[in-house]
Design a protein. Structure first.
Length: 331
């Protein structure tokens, strides 16, 4: 049996494939939707709450003629063992390898969100073991709906939104800025956007407070293909930007120390995108993956303004996911 293709990060796809998916998503958005997945089924598994991702995946399969089976880790099944070779005499009654192998006999693909609360050590969470285990043991394609390190389908939607608004992204400036948020978030959205924008030739500035640096290996990877600048000032980061992308992420310096991190985060409420900040851009578009805390992450006048792309991003999740599902599940 030929090994299935999985989508764990956009690094799994060559540039030509990403271009093809974006073109197809554009056509789907314009109304070229056919029942190309008639008779196909997609299993949706969530270990974390979801609004846009779950809904857009279900609607995508419906519009393509297929169907979904929705499973929630809190309501529909038990905690799964992930350690290879484990002596399973504890509370976990089933191994992920068995769940993956069985579900793969029922459905044509598995779309899984494995992101969760941070563990005690970043080095372990960075391995993204959960999503890789599902892919390793599944005999059907596995789609990453967000893991500890990546959110590839969000990055595709972001690329499409930027291209729709700006045209070619080559040489355009992206300001990826950390923002205040009472709850720390994984850097999966920022990581995926960083490398996707670099692949499309955007110049990137990353603005964040001290101690909130992104993964140094991923930043180095982005720097290997485009100009990337890091700074500790929002104003400096957004200067002359074509796009301001607001996103909060947890501190790697204080990873696994929630009390310490929360105290540090509480001092940074002035990291908010407002009209004065956007005035420093070059008619900059505002972007955010949502959900967004209004007047904490961004002021109402910016997110509701004419240059806000947040709803285009959200809609594009539907169309880019249709393009991906067609590509991977169509026979």
């Amino acid at each position: 049996m030929t090994a299935p293709l999985h989508l764990i990060s956009l690094n799994d796809l060559p540039q030509a494939e990403i271009e093809s998916l974006l073109v197809r998503a554009r056509d789907l958005k314009r109304g070229d939707t056919q029942p190309t997945l008639q008779g196909k089924s997609l299993g949706l598994i969530f270990f974390n709450p979801s609004l846009r991702t779950r809904t857009s995946c279900q609607v995508a399969m419906f519009q393509l003629g297929g169907q979904t089976v929705l499973l929630s880790s809190t309501a529909d099944f038990w905690d799964l063992e992930t350690q290879e070779g484990a002596m399973m005499d504890g509370e976990k009654p089933e191994h992920v390898k068995d769940a993956a192998r069985v579900l793969a006999r029922y459905v044509d693909g598995l779309a899984i969100r494995t992101v969760r609360e941070p563990g005690p050590r970043y080095r372990e969470d960075r391995r993204d073991e959960a999503i890789h285990l599902w892919a390793r043991h599944s005999t059907v394609p596995v789609f990453n709906l967000e893991s500890m390190l990546w959110h590839p389908l969000q990055a595709l939607a972001d690329l499409l939104a930027m291209r729709e608004s700006l045209g070619s992204l080559q040489g355009k400036k992206l300001a990826l800025t950390w923002t205040a948020n009472p709850q720390p978030q994984q850097a999966s959205v920022a990581n995926s956007l960083l490398l996707a924008a670099a692949r499309f030739g955007m110049e990137i500035s990353i603005a964040h407070p001290a101690g909130y640096e992104l993964d140094e290996q991923l930043v180095a990877e982005a720097k290997s293909s485009t100009k990337v600048r890091e700074c500790f000032s929002m104003a400096e980061g957004v200067e002359g930007a074509d796009v301001v992308y607001a996103r909060s992420w947890g501190s790697l310096k204080h990873y696994g120390q929630p009390t310490v991190e929360a105290a540090q985060r509480g001092k940074l409420r002035d990291w908010i995108v407002n009209r004065d900040l956007m005035a420093r851009t070059r008619d900059g578009r505002f972007m955010n993956a949502m959900p967004v805390r209004r007047n904490v992450v961004v002021t109402d006048d910016v997110i509701d303004g004419d240059l806000s792309l947040v709803y285009e991003q959200a809609e594009n999740r539907l169309h880019t996911q249709k393009a991906v599902l067609e590509r991977f599940l169509r026979t």
